[in-house]
Design a protein around this ligand. Structure first.
Ligand code: KG4
Ligand code: ZN
Length: 388
């Protein structure tokens, strides 16, 4: 790994903490490293393969986006109604090098003009994470660049920082994605304290599963949003679990079951054979969406009150939902808090949000090459069970 000693480098920058960052070599030993940056701008190649999007971006100070690519796998998973992990990792393997190549080409940069390689190594699907991690490590070895670890959930919140173009920390961070629904007190870009999260399904997962029951295409979020536009959100009275509870936790599995029982009784029905009218589907989609949005908005407001913070940052795939965005904006108008929702393009998985790596680089947080992938299958404890 590129852990050139200070004395060995003739081109040391003096105006960046990262230029003399402390790092550990392959053997875990701490060394002092110096990296040169052309024009004094730090440029990082960010790699994202946590789930089913193969993405790469080159970002610079600002943060600015110099080049980016997302290769979506939606078409590969569509007929299964959800992400199939093994298909996802194989597709990452085929796409990762062309995607990195294209991101560099769009940035008009060569690998040797990059200061570091960043990769999301947690949380995510084990096989998917490994593809990005191995690609990043290989580039680090081949080109002598430092390796930076990105936490995918923190990156989802950092998408708000990038879009805002100003400081957003400290804030309450709400991440609503296919795998997570979590609230954090974000002290700064790198220090997140878990406040609460789902005790069962993630909101995006519920969107995907309910869409499948209603015969709507994958990914479920955009399909439900589209169907809901023609439906009545009050047609069915679906449960809003934990909404009046003091805990900052969520639960969506009962809501999913309630939708199911609205369609069909117990047993193992073949949902593809249900004969549902378009109006029924629209009403069920609208009522389900409203119930999810009610829970998300209520808990975000509760977290703002409990934390005493006045900024709310919202990221993750479900933050692309139009009704959710509209309701958050209404609340921000009424409540007078500062709301930053990631722009649509940065809600679903992308590598641009890996620009959080710039913060780690500046703080000297560089990883050894034995960095591992952490799928993060164990959820943080629900707030009621936590002792601290
Ligand atoms: O953040 P993301 O791209 O991947 C994960 O980290 O999980 O989120 C994907 C999730 C999927 O469950 C998808 O159905 C949901 O985000 N999603 C939406 C919308 N667009 C994507 N959910 C509701 N409304 C949308 N417009
Ligand atoms: Zn995500």
């Amino acid at each position: 790994m590129a852990a050139a000693s200070e004395a060995a480098s003739p081109m040391m920058r003096t105006n960046s903490a990262a230029s003399a960052a402390s790092t550990r070599g392959c053997d875990g030993e701490t060394t002092s490293a110096v990296w040169h940056s052309k024009n004094d701008m730090t440029r990082i190649l960010c790699i994202e393969t946590t789930c089913d999007e193969t993405a790469a971006a080159v970002v610079g100070d600002g943060p600015t986006v110099l080049g980016e690519v997302v290769a979506t796998q939606d078409a590969l998973h569509q007929r299964f109604g959800g992400v199939v992990p093994e298909i996802a990792s194989r597709a990452h393997l085929e796409r990762i090098l062309p995607v990195i190549d294209e991101a560099l080409r769009r940035a008009q940069l060569r690998l040797d003009e990059i200061d570091a390689v960043a990769v999301a190594n947690t949380p995510g699907l084990a096989g998917s994470l490994l593809v990005g991690l191995v690609a990043a490590k290989t580039l680090c070895v081949a080109c002598g660049k430092p390796l930076i670890a990105v936490n995918h959930l923190q990156a989802h919140i950092y998408a708000c920082r990038i879009a805002a173009g100003r400081e957003v920390f400290p804030c309450v961070g709400l991440i609503v994605s296919g795998g997570h629904t979590s609230l954090y007190r974000c002290r700064n870009a790198l220090e997140f304290e878990f406040l609460g999260g789902t005790i069962d399904d993630a909101a995006g997962e519920a969107f995907d599963k309910v869409a499948q029951m209603l015969g709507l295409p994958f990914p479920g979020g955009p399909s439900i949003q589209k169907a809901a536009a023609q439906g009545n959100p009050r047609a069915f009275s679906f449960p809003r679990a934990l909404i009046d509870d003091a805990r900052l936790d969520f639960s969506f599995s009962g809501l999913k079951t309630a939708v199911r029982y609205q369609l069909v009784g117990p047993g193992k029905p073949d949902f593809s054979k249900l004969d549902l009218s378009p109006q029924f589907v629209a009403d069920a989609a609208a009522s389900f969406q409203e119930a999810v949005v009610d829970c998300l908005v209520a808990k975000a407001m509760q977290a703002l009150r409990a934390s005493g913070l006045s900024t709310l940052c919202v990221g993750g795939g479900v933050a692309a939902n139009a009704r959710f965005r509209e309701r958050l904006e209404d609340e921000a108008r009424k409540g007078g808090f500062d709301l930053v929702i990631a722009p649509l393009k940065l809600c679903t998985d992308n590598a641009v949000m890996g620009a959080i790596a710039l913060e780690r680089f500046r703080a000297g947080l560089v990883e050894p090459l034995d960095l591992d992938a952490f799928p993060g299958l164990l959820r943080p404890k629900p707030s009621a069970e936590r002792t601290t």
